[in-house]
Design a protein around this ligand. Structure first.
Ligand SMILES: *[C@@H]1O[C@H](CO)[C@@H](O)[C@H](O)[C@H]1NC(C)=O
Ligand SMILES: *[C@@H]1O[C@H](CO)[C@@H](O)[C@H](O)[C@H]1NC(C)=O
Length: 406
């Protein structure tokens, strides 16, 4: 081992002082980096400012930049009208357009009423329920967009230090029933519609949450997605599902998602004649090509609409290779094991710049991502399906098998 005198040549105390100084700086820097990254601290760009940017009504209103608003001891009046204890005038705040539409938070703050704080005081003790998130769903039937909404509840709960499993959800929209509603009920506390609230109740905390489109999960330019691993654990735990940690190369688990024309999608049934885009023309040929490329495998084909979320997640948590055409079902790449590979396929004329949702999810999870896009119009069909040449499947799947198993 080198002694200190050999570093300094045994000459000056000034040199020894600068070595000591260097060591102190290194220790301080290492400590800073340790605390900065220990919790995988989310980048500030994700939730733009995770601090209150405006406070009103004696602290009963807290606005977090453009992202969300917290009301304390507030009541639901009707529709998107709420009342907050306030002795002075109600504050004003400008929420910007995002994703080409006005923020619902702008309407909600315009519809905000004040009520006498003295009444609030007497109510606090008696009627306060805990935290409720007010949510305007947009594409409530779509797994990707709905997951962005779940993620928003999760991230905001981390910021407000709330137990996500316990928070209540109030839908402020009139979306028709869809199968994802049961997932909301599994993940969170009470889930109800704005027309079914007890108007007398004072809520300890009401969170007006951001819409799904402005979720960090929908911001594909972010270098990382805050809390991505914690969110995965949260969802799998809610369903009691254990993630697999090792691949068995003598029995590789491959899952192929098949897309079906719309069943549960209220708008599309009329607007697009119920046809879903990006289907495989030759499902059976694709299945047998996967088996040719990876003989030691179990290949599961999935029509997600026919499965419960518990069934979907238990397949995903055990999938080594997930294969599918670009579509909301590939959102499940968030729930596959850490070693898994995503193989995503695209029809012709699909811009890689726009359709980068799942490439980005894979990047955020450090998963291997493989892509193929058709460039031959003769392989596209009127029912919006694409013929995928078997040699494409065989070549890509052989590559993936080598990547995973050699
Ligand atoms: C959060 O709430 C759930 C459901 O009530 C409970 O099982 C869990 O222990 C709570 N977690 C923490 C950290 O308090
Ligand atoms: C409340 O709204 C939901 C969704 O629009 C609807 O299904 C339900 O019937 C309504 N309930 C009442 C009591 O009006």
């Amino acid at each position: 081992m080198r002694s200190r005198s050999s570093i300094c040549g045994g000459r000056s105390t000034r040199c020894q002082a600068s070595v000591a100084c260097f060591i102190i700086i290194a220790v301080v820097l290492a400590t800073f980096l340790y605390f900065r990254f220990r919790h995988h601290a989310p980048p500030l760009s994700a939730i733009h400012k995770r601090r209150v940017s405006m406070r009103g009504c004696d602290g009963n209103i807290e606005v977090y930049a453009q992202d969300f608003v917290v009301l304390h001891y507030a009541k639901h009046v009707h529709g998107d009208h709420f009342a907050v204890p306030c002795s002075g005038p109600l504050p004003w705040y400008r929420f910007i357009y995002q994703w080409g539409r006005p923020s619902p938070l702008q309407t909600w703050i315009q519809h905000l009423h004040a009520y006498q704080p003295s009444i609030a005081e007497s109510n606090k003790a008696k009627h306060a329920t805990d935290s409720v998130y007010v949510i305007q769903r947009i594409e409530a039937h779509n797994l990707y967009h709905t997951l962005c909404e779940w993620m928003n509840v999760f991230i905001v709960s981390q910021i407000l230090k709330l137990n996500t499993s316990n928070v209540d959800i109030m839908f402020i929209d009139d979306r028709p029933y869809n199968s994802l509603e049961s997932v909301w009920r599994t993940l969170f506390g009470n889930v109800y519609s704005h027309n079914a609230t007890d108007k007398g109740i004072v809520h300890r905390r009401i969170v007006w949450n951001m819409i799904g489109y402005i979720s960090p999960a929908n911001n594909h330019d972010l270098p990382e997605l805050p809390y991505i691993e914690e969110f995965q654990t949260f969802v799998l735990d809610a369903y009691g599902i254990k993630k697999r940690y090792h691949i068995d190369c003598k029995n590789v688990q491959v899952s192929i998602i098949y897309r079906r024309d719309y069943i549960t999608h209220p708008e599309r049934i009329t607007k697009m004649k119920g046809l879903v885009q990006r289907k495989f023309r030759n499902e059976l040929e694709i299945l047998s090509s996967v088996k040719v490329a990876i003989p030691l495998s179990t290949v599961t084909t999935l029509v997600l609409e026919e499965m419960s979320m518990r069934e979907q997640l238990s397949v995903m948590a055990n999938t080594d290779i997930l294969i599918g055409m670009h579509g909301a079902g590939l959102t499940h790449v968030l729930f596959v094991p850490d070693h898994a590979v995503l193989f995503e396929l695209f029809p012709n004329h699909h811009s890689q710049e726009i359709y980068k949702h799942f490439r980005t999810f894979s990047k955020w999870r450090f998963l291997k991502y493989i892509m193929w896009q058709n460039d031959n119009d003769a392989l596209e069909f009127d029912d919006l399906s694409t013929y995928v040449p078997p040699e494409v499947i065989i070549e890509k799947c052989r590559y993936i098998r080598r990547y995973l198993c050699s």
